[in-house]
Ligand binder design. Structure first.
Ligand code: G3P
Ligand code: MG
Length: 242
């Protein structure tokens, strides 16, 4: 029998990717109704300036569109089917839906302007009552993340790595990162300990079984991104997501 998990922060990955189309409003709502601590989704900036939720730079895998998302007029992008009749949401729509019901991890997927545009949206939400601590902004593109820090230093940021950086955890301090998000297959206990020593928790993606979570907790991981929040949580509301 697997030992009980220590308390872990549970974040719905791309909404609740195992249960609903990824990066859609239905996915986000599904995760929140399951009682996640927060949701993660991927954000891109369209050349016209609009911010939208999509993981890939291209459309084929998750929508009925084709080619580069940035090459489509924004209106066309918004009319695509992102799965089960869901639309490609804007960042505004996602935040309106969440309405402060959980942590929001915005992952910056594009650069050269994405950080500044996201900072502007978050600043506007903070003026409407959101707390800076209700957001975590992350990216694999660390210079873009640094630009976000300069634009809105009060919002916590997380460095994303899919490997173990040669520079070690010291880079987190250079960046001013509050935490670090690591690929599950490259979680290194020494790196996690060095980050934790300086008060920076490490979370892992993508973790879909309690057994995997159990292993990661022994390496010092304190939060997980999961496609299947239902495997870690009990529902807090039973109404089906339309
Ligand atoms: O933010 C955690 C995780 O989402 C990073 O990888 O490729 O799923 O966006 P990816
Ligand atoms: Mg992501």
């Amino acid at each position: 029998m697997t030992a009980p998990l220590p308390p872990l922060t549970i974040i719905g990955h791309r909404g609740a990717r195992g249960l609903a189309p990824e990066n859609t409003l239905a996915g986000i709502e599904t995760a929140l109704r399951l009682g996640v601590d927060g949701v993660e989704f991927d954000v891109q900036r369209h050349p016209d300036g609009g911010l939208f939720l999509l993981h890939d730079l291209t459309l084929e895998r998750t929508t009925n569109g084709q080619g580069l998302a940035a090459a489509q007029p924004f209106d066309t992008l918004r009319r695509l089917d992102a799965g089960h009749g869901e639309r490609v949401p804007t960042l505004h729509e996602a935040l309106d839906l969440i309405d402060r019901r959980g942590l929001v991890n915005i992952e910056l997927k594009t650069w050269n302007g994405c950080a500044a545009a996201v900072a502007e949206v978050i600043r506007a939400q903070m003026a409407q009552g959101w707390d800076a601590a209700q957001f975590i902004v992350s990216s694999f593109h660390l210079p873009e993340l640094q630009r976000f820090c300069s634009a809105l230093p009060e919002v916590p940021v997380a460095a994303l790595y899919c490997g173990v950086p040669l520079a070690g955890a010291a880079e987190l301090a250079t960046l001013g990162a509050a935490q670090v998000h690591l690929a599950d297959e490259f979680v290194d206990a020494d790196y996690v300990a060095a980050a934790a020593q300086n008060g920076r928790p490490a979370w892992a993606y993508t973790v879909n079984t309690p057994e995997a979570a159990q292993r990661l907790t022994t390496l010092g991981i304190t939060g997980i991104f999961t496609d299947h929040p239902e495997r870690f949580l009990r529902p807090v509301a039973t109404a089906p997501v339309q």
